[in-house]
Write a protein of this length. Structure first.
Length: 202
């Protein structure tokens, strides 16, 4: 990791906004959707179908992240349809070939994980629109990319020191220092409660 890379990492961490408490269990689906639409300029979108499926995803997970991922996936799918001058009707008539070509289109610019996620939501949407997609045919004919291991050089003590000293976000600085000293994972540290600490130990 170069000095410039370290500086960029610190800059990104410092721009993360503080977390705000949101009670998602009491958030309405209409609050999530608002006036959102996935319709692109040249693609006629089955808007009601997309919204119904999005509502089902929200009802099952109550996760803003899941809904946002679904919306991003559908926007990407419609960009693909625009690029190929294809329609949803053609997708319903030949979903396997469309999904395989879509996976190939995604693989050029996206990670394997994103490709698999976006194809999953496109498949889910087409099935929701009554497309006939056999599981065995999908596994045999739609080639999905395997996740590629990420390789990078390990950070040095000096690089860690510069990152920590350059942070302005007290919470992030505390977490990184605890990770450095305890080798704990971020999820383990963020899940700590006061009852997990022994403040009386000398």
């Amino acid at each position: 990791m170069s000095r410039r890379s370290t500086q960029n990492t610190t800059k990104k961490l410092n721009t993360i906004p503080p977390a705000t408490a949101v009670d998602e269990d009491h958030t309405k689906w209409s609050d999530i959707m608002g006036n959102n639409t996935t319709q692109t300029k040249n693609t006629v979108t089955p808007k009601e179908t997309i919204e119904r499926l999005g509502e089902k995803i929200w009802r099952k997970s109550h996760s803003r992240k899941s809904v946002k991922t679904f919306e991003d996936a559908m926007k990407s799918f419609e960009k693909y349809l625009d690029a190929k001058n294809a329609t949803y009707e053609q997708c319903l008539n030949n979903p396997i070939q469309i999904l395989d070509d879509y996976a190939s289109w995604l693989d050029v610019k996206h990670s394997a994980g994103t490709t698999r996620t976006y194809v999953h939501f496109a498949k889910k949407t087409l099935k929701f629109m009554d497309a006939k997609i056999d599981g065995d045919d999908f596994r045999e004919k739609v080639t999905m990319p395997k996740k590629r291991p990420f390789q990078d050089d390990k950070v040095t003590r000096e690089q860690i020191r510069r990152i920590v000293l350059g942070l302005k976000h007290l919470g992030l600085k505390t977490v990184l220092m605890l990770m450095k000293d305890t080798q704990a994972r971020p999820g383990e540290l963020l899940g700590l409660r006061m009852s997990d600490f022994n403040l009386t130990h000398d």
